[in-house]
Design a protein around this ligand. Structure first.
Ligand code: CA
Length: 232
């Protein structure tokens, strides 16, 4: 089944262009022209991805992102006209998985969409025979690759896609230390042009959700001057 994408963009010509180019790739595209409409559609529709413009009337993209994250972990790509580090970092802090800076090329956008859909597509197709993929036990956490969830003492940890992928990648290679550059490449993918601060922001969010005391982490540890690792 075609992945359903919600495009949230108040400038109609841009929204129509996005609808056209995503539609041409076979995606099912829904349009929302303001934040309220976007939230309603995010609740009502079974979406695989949200493209969220930052500059929206009344409720801006940051607010929408924050509210969407209270009920779904669907991948969110922020569209920002401002090439500002502050906006990018704030977007990631609020739970966006990725961002694209306007003006963007069609090719760049599609690459990001594909990269962010990878996980959803894997789930939908479910090509892996049951029981084939392992569950990982890390301390009191279980990483389940079939359902893409992490549970801790039986409770699901509400991770976004990217946070899950980051934790799962490192948890599958316990005690191995990864540089920020390696993590950007492995977890975000080679199409990603983000800077290394993106990794730090995502690690911080991951710790806030996963650790009993995020200031004194027991799972995701820092190797000073090198990068990060997950304890066995
Ligand atoms: Ca706009």
């Amino acid at each position: 089944m075609a992945a359903a994408i919600l495009v949230v963009e108040d400038e109609e010509p841009i929204a129509e262009i996005l609808k056209f180019s995503l539609g041409k790739e076979g995606y099912q595209v829904y349009l929302a022209f303001d934040g309220e409409q976007a939230l309603q559609m995010a609740r009502d529709l079974d979406l695989q991805l949200i493209l969220l413009d930052l500059m929206l009337p009344e409720k801006d993209g940051f607010q929408v992102c924050k509210e969407v994250r209270t009920f779904t972990t669907v991948p969110i790509i922020m569209l920002t006209a401002r090439n500002s580090e502050v906006d990018k970092v704030l977007g990631l802090e609020l739970g966006a998985d990725d961002y694209v800076t306007k003006p963007f090329s069609n090719r760049e956008l599609l690459a990001r969409v594909r990269a962010n859909l990878r996980r959803t597509e894997l789930n939908d197709e479910d090509k892996t025979p049951p029981g084939h993929r392992d569950r990982l036990h890390i301390g009191e956490c279980i990483v389940d690759f079939d359902t893409y969830t992490v549970t801790k003492r039986g409770e699901t940890v509400p991770l976004t896609h990217r946070e899950f992928e980051l934790f799962a990648f490192m948890a599958a290679r316990p005690t191995m230390v990864f540089s920020r550059e390696q993590l950007l490449l492995q977890v975000w993918g080679i199409t990603y042009m983000g800077d290394e601060r993106t990794v730090d922001v995502t690690i911080r969010r991951l710790r806030e959700k996963l650790e009993d005391d995020s200031g004194n982490p027991a799972y995701v540890l820092t190797k000073r001057g090198v990068g990060y690792f997950v304890r066995r």
